[in-house]
Design a protein around this ligand. Structure first.
Ligand code: AMP
Ligand code: MG
Length: 407
């Protein structure tokens, strides 16, 4: 199903964005360096610019003929017997071909310096184009920009052409749902946690969210919200109402509108799914159980959103690790076990169930930092057996106390 979804979702338009909006967007065009970086030869250290052949043995004394700060250009030419004091990033003055760090020099008097060690051509000099060559391919189309990428673009004065990020409309179905702020629950009512989850997952991806709230189980209110949602969004996502229940509003309403399929995916959690288009907009009808929402989002919707953004990498990486407890799973399904992870002293990953594995046990999802994948065809993992761990977040590990203890 992953493949069908990826084939059917559109790539959004390319737009030019300012650097302040670029992090999290995906390049729609290759970035070719318009100029060399650095654009001029400059000092990599604070020190003295010298002629290397002139400083071919320890303890050479030189006349200091200029003082070059970053941002200024020296008009003096460095020749045998002379040096220019220079700061990191300042242009190398004419004649000089090496920089001697201030740490290996001694001031003799104002205007006179002793260079303690011999220098070699190019020492502590950043060459033109040493970071990026003019005309070279810097980043390829399909790259999702992180802060260091964007700062490279900043250093080149470039405005990236990226794909628009999808605006996602979401709503919760279910007559049992009440807002999370509800203090006292009526019998049978539960707080809507799915929209909070989805909002977080979507904003983590850098996407704009339109929240249509709780729409209950009545076709009228669901359809009204859906009509609105498809007008202002690139994707619509709902939770609940796609299963076999008598009041499954999403299924009952959209089954006959033709363009949404209601599927039983061979995965656990996350078996029921509605997927298709509504008024031409990609539509994801996720299950109702919160853990199923998460797993369906991760496995099916997140890659699709990244594809719409134009990303070439869509799936989270997996690492092999041992599953401490061992587990029996349904061999007809890809089972995603919520686990906490750690590493042995030899660096090998290990994992342990993070709690109840029913699809309503949200707390075990909250404690998990990976999904252990037990694929179709495998019905049992022995204690200590190897599984693939799909990391769902990369937690900070060392505490303040440990950092201070290391001093
Ligand atoms: P459904 O597929 O609509 O029958 O939902 C399956 C289960 O998920 C039911 O127990 C629902 O009460 C629960 N559920 C549905 N939507 C939400 C939600 N937004 N927040 C928390 N639980 C939900
Ligand atoms: Mg329901």
């Amino acid at each position: 199903m992953q493949a069908e979804i990826l084939e059917s979702v559109p790539r959004l338009d390319a737009i030019e964005v300012g650097l302040e909006d670029a992090v999290g967007s995906v390049l729609a065009e290759d970035v070719v360096a318009p100029e060399d970086l650095p654009g001029f030869e400059n000092a990599a250290m604070d020190g003295f610019a010298v002629v290397a052949s002139d400083v071919d043995r320890p303890s050479i004394e030189l006349d200091v003929i200029d003082d070059v700060a970053a941002g200024s250009v020296s008009s003096a030419t460095v020749t045998a017997g002379t040096a220019a004091r220079i700061m990191t990033g300042a242009p190398i003055p004419p004649g000089a071909n090496a920089v001697v760090p201030v740490e290996v020099t001694e001031v003799i008097s104002d205007g006179r310096v002793r260079i303690l060690e011999p220098a070699t051509v190019g020492d502590h000099v950043r060459p033109v184009g040493g970071s990026v060559r003019a005309g070279s391919l810097v980043f390829e189309s399909g790259l999702r920009l992180r802060p260091p990428h964007v700062s490279v673009l900043a250093s080149m004065g470039a405005s990236p052409v990226v794909r628009r990020r999808p605006v996602v409309a979401m709503m919760s179905t279910g007559d049992e749902l009440v807002p999370p702020s509800t203090r006292t629950l009526e019998p049978g009512a539960i707080r809507d946690s799915n929209r909070t989850l989805l909002r977080g997952l979507l904003t983590d991806l850098g996407l704009e969210v339109r929240d249509y709230g709780i729409v209950g189980d009545s076709p009228g209110s669901f359809e009204a919200a859906l009509d609105d949602a498809t007008k202002g969004a690139d994707v619509v996502v709902t939770s609940g109402g796609v299963s076999m229940g008598a009041y499954d509003v999403v299924k009952l309403t959209l089954r006959d509108r033709g363009s949404v399929d209601f599927l039983k995916i061979a995965m656990q959690p996350g078996k029921p799914l509605g997927f298709g288009t509504v008024d031409g907009i990609p539509f994801f009808g996720l299950p109702g159980n919160p853990v199923s929402v998460f797993v369906s989002f991760e496995q099916l919707m997140r890659p699709a959103l990244l594809a719409m953004m134009g990303a070439d990498r869509l799936f989270r990486d997996r690492v092999p690790g041992s599953l401490g407890d061992g587990i029996n799973t349904n061999p007809e399904k890809d089972v995603f076990v919520r686990v906490t992870t750690g590493r042995d002293s030899d660096g090998r990953w290990h994992a342990r169930s993070s709690g109840g594995q029913s699809s309503n046990v949200l707390s075990a999802l909250a404690f998990a930092d990976a999904l252990a994948v037990v694929p179709v065809g495998v019905g049992r993992v022995e204690p200590g057996g190897t599984v693939e761990l799909e990391m769902i977040h990369w937690p900070e590990a060392r505490s303040r106390e440990e950092a201070l203890g290391d001093r």
